[in-house]
Write a protein that binds this ligand. Structure first.
Ligand code: NAI
Length: 400
């Protein structure tokens, strides 16, 4: 029987721990403050967490075998699932590295961008003995209702894309079959040819900073009487920003193809393609990106992250829509573009605005060498600072 270590303690980690614990041996680890202790207390008080599946009578009640903050627990696990926001991946990789055994598979959901650069940096020579599966997103949309006790699975994806780097002793198929066995019938894992495609195809880097920029870049600073809708509030100008970022990423893919016609970027979808592939059944009008986003019932009622202030609401720019998706998303793509001499006008506009809101400096004088670059997944943060170094990391044979 698979023995799984689930990393994190938020919506995703609690839901995945509950679902998997009904079938496998599950250890949950949270390194965040006293979260493991609080979670353990809450779930025991409730005699197990209950996950309800929205729109059905299905419910699962279960609890992990152990909830801990001790990273040595990884010794006894053959699969490690990262379901913590990507800003904290490095913290978990570093904590687990001294204890991890050969052959362990790390499944990172979602991987966001540049996960393989980080994995190699932290695991060093051990990386070849371990497996990495970089997932494009989380298989479920989920939120807890009562922390540690009840949660709702809003939807399960039909299919989910993952790029696999197997341990030396195993094949990609071995890894996929093992992970598919964990997930069950849905979602179906679709193999993506390389981690670069997961990184460039990361939809979070387009949607979250793009919609946040579109909504707030010309905000007058006055509190709003209510929280505006995030997805359903997207107007045509904001949709243009998203398509601009997506277009910049398409240009990066073209440059990679020019370097090596065999480099497979076919799985990097435009944002419109991604929406239609992910939500075709819940979108009422897919004639434009703006209409597809504003008529997608899966995202009904989801608001911009806001804080109460001055008798109303103001945007919370520290929420993960910027603090996660800029450093571990847009910064990666912008960094790769720079190494390939690709111009990214929309990414530059959004990144420049967003780094101001985060009080960070990633892009400086048009280059990814700002003082906070080390906190990002840009290749430059890992010492990859030339086209040749990027090609060598990607094992690309240059033709141009
Ligand atoms: P979440 O916002 O619930 O995660 C919060 C957790 O992050 C905390 O419980 C804690 O474990 C950790 N954390 C927060 N601050 C920390 C700190 N300063 N130091 C260390 N750890 C800290 O996120 P959620 O909903 O569980 O999502 C996890 C990932 O999955 C995110 O990348 C999210 O974008 C992605 N995702 C989530 C979906 C969902 O429906 N929940 C859907 C698609 C993607």
């Amino acid at each position: 029987m698979a023995s799984v270590l689930v990393c994190g303690g938020g919506n995703a980690a609690q839901v995945v721990s509950c679902l998997f614990a009904s079938r496998y041996k599950v250890t949950a680890i949270s390194l965040y403050a006293d979260e493991a202790e609080r979670w353990d207390k809450a779930v025991k008080e409730a005699k197990g967490m209950t996950c309800n599946f929205q729109g059905t009578n299905k419910a699962v009640n279960s609890m992990p075998d152990l909830i801990t903050k001790d990273p040595s627990a990884v010794k006894n696990c053959d699969v490690v699932l990262f379901t913590v926001p990507s800003s904290f991946h490095e913290q978990y990789f570093r904590a687990l590295e001294p204890f991890v055994q050969k052959g362990t598979i790390f499944a990172v959901m979602p991987a966001r961008s540049g996960c393989d650069f980080l994995f190699k940096k932290v695991m060093g020579e051990k990386a070849d003995t371990l497996g990495l599966a970089a997932f494009e997103t989380l298989p479920w949309a989920c939120r807890f209702n009562d922390w540690g006790k009840t949660a709702t699975v809003l939807g399960t994806k039909e299919s989910i894309s993952a790029a696999v780097v197997p341990p030396l002793t195993k094949s990609k198929l071995d890894v996929i079959l093992k992970l598919q066995g964990l997930l069950g019938v849905e979602p179906k894992i679709v193999e993506c040819p390389n981690v670069m495609s997961i990184s460039l195809g990361n939809p979070g880097q387009v949607i979250h900073p793009g919609v946040t920029y579109g909504k707030w870049h010309s905000w007058d600073g006055k509190p709003l009487p209510q929280k505006p809708l995030f997805y359903h509030g997207v107007d045509t100008q904001t949709a243009d920003v998203l398509e601009g970022i997506s277009g910049d990423i398409t240009a990066i893919c073209k440059a990679l193809k020019t370097l090596d016609p065999n480099f497979d970027c076919s799985e990097v979808k435009t944002i419109m393609e991604w929406y239609m592939a992910s939500y075709s059944t819940s979108i009422a009008d897919g004639s434009t990106l703006q209409k597809a986003m504003s008529t997608n019932s899966a995202y009904e009622g989801l608001c911009h992250p806001m804080k109460e202030s001055g008798g109303g609401y103001v945007p919370d720019f520290q929420f993960r829509y910027l603090s996660e998706d800029v450093p571990t998303g847009l910064c990666f793509s912008r960094g790769v573009a720079e190494l390939l001499n690709v111009k990214t006008p929309t990414i530059d506009k959004v990144l420049t605005w967003a780094q101001g809101k985060l009080s960070k400096e990633f892009l400086k004088d048009g280059k990814m060498n700002g003082k906070d670059i080390k906190d990002t997944r840009a290749p430059q943060a890992f010492g990859v600072t030339s086209k040749d170094m990027l090609c060598s990391f990607l094992r690309i044979k240059k033709e141009a």
